[in-house]
Design a protein around this ligand. Structure first.
Ligand code: NAP
Length: 313
């Protein structure tokens, strides 16, 4: 079967890149498809200090880790294409992926499209995304140099990214819906010792606004007292920043109706097999208990190894 790959990997985050590495090393005819930049959420994460071998210092960040992973995939001969896939046909012996630039066929497919940030969920949110509201501190922190910034969430991401934002902003306030952080204790200790970091407990952002098309107002409700506080940008500043880090939603809409999912997450067995023979899933889009770079990479390695077995059996 000419022009039919042994394996197509969809998505070049840590899961897809690990799958590409293992597929390349096994000498499968492999293709890795990514629509944007490599790395997924890691490409926009400044500090990764819990991936084995990654020691955080000035040289090391999420993007530097991903750059090394991408280079390694290239070294072992996995083909690459930049394309956005619009539809997939996963049943049958030959799977078909249809993109904006072309059609791609393979005996096996590894789905590794990851997840995206959960929206804050307040009124008028969409209107101010990119105009004060952001979901990426690494990308947007410098826009808020010496301004006030608010961060929604209480997990590892919210607290770590809030600390990163204190390098730029005049003051950073974490708005959390409970009175206790979910973040790891080691991360919390650093946060509580940071003078530029403040907390609004038991609070949720209800609505955002601003007259000049930029974020300059918001209404925050205390969930225990129901009291609503109006927050306004300092007159000299004219705007403030609002960053959302309240978890992620899986990027699985493309596979809906074809593959078994639970709450949008793809269900697999321990070998990354989905309910469709020859279709595997790896990384954050999978139903599992721990979503980290290390587990995504492990998923990718297992998926590629199983794809190899499937092709050769
Ligand atoms: P997370 O652990 O799921 O935390 C989400 C936070 O957002 C929680 O504090 C949650 O509040 C809050 N939240 C959820 N929905 C909300 C809503 N609708 N309105 C307001 N607040 C809401 O997400 P994450 O921090 O992004 O982390 C995701 C995964 O990546 C976790 O496994 C985490 O450990 C990992 N991670 C690890 C590191 C690290 O180890 N260095 C860094 C980043 C992420 P409640 O606490 O009340 O539920």
């Amino acid at each position: 079967m000419e022009n039919v790959y042994d394996v197509i990997i969809l998505g070049a985050g840590p899961a897809g890149l690990a799958a590409g590495l293992y597929a390349g090393r096994s000498r499968m005819k492999a293709l890795l498809i990514e629509k944007g930049q490599d790395g997924g959420q890691i490409a926009i994460t400044e500090e990764i200090e819990n991936y084995p071998g990654q020691i955080v210092d000035e040289e090391e960040s999420g993007p530097s880790l991903i750059a090394r992973m991408s280079k390694q995939v290239e070294k072992f001969g996995c083909e690459r294409v930049s394309d956005t896939i619009d539809s997939v046909e996963l049943e049958g012996d030959v799977k078909k992926l249809v993109g904006k630039k072309g059609e791609y066929c393979a005996k096996t497919v590894i789905l590794a499209t990851g997840a995206h940030s959960r929206p804050i969920g307040c009124k008028n949110e969409a209107q101010f995304v990119g105009k004060g509201i952001s979901f990426c501190a690494t990308c947007d922190a410098n826009f808020f140099e010496d301004l006030e910034v608010y961060v929604v969430g209480g997990g590892d991401s919210a607290v770590e990214e809030a600390m990163y934002l204190t390098n730029y902003a005049r003051k950073v306030t974490i708005i959390h819906r409970r009175d206790e952080l979910r973040a790891a204790k080691s991360i919390q200790e650093k946060a509580f010792a940071n003078d530029k970091l403040d907390f609004m407990w038991d609070s949720v952002v209800e609505e955002v606004g601003g007259d000049e098309g930029v974020l300059a107002k918001m209404w925050v409700r205390n969930v225990k007292t129901d009291e609503v506080t109006e927050i306004e940008a300092d007159e000299d500043d004219g705007l403030f920043g609002l960053f959302g880090f309240i978890g992620f939603l899986p990027n699985t809409a493309l596979f809906e109706g074809q593959i078994d999912m639970e709450k949008g997450y793809i269900v697999t067995d321990d070998d990354m097999r989905t309910n469709i023979p020859g279709v595997f899933a790896a990384g954050d889009l999978r139903k599992k208990s721990l979503r980290q770079v290390v587990t995504a990479a492990a998923d990718g390695a297992i998926a590629a190894t199983q794809a190899y077995k499937y092709v050769n059996e």
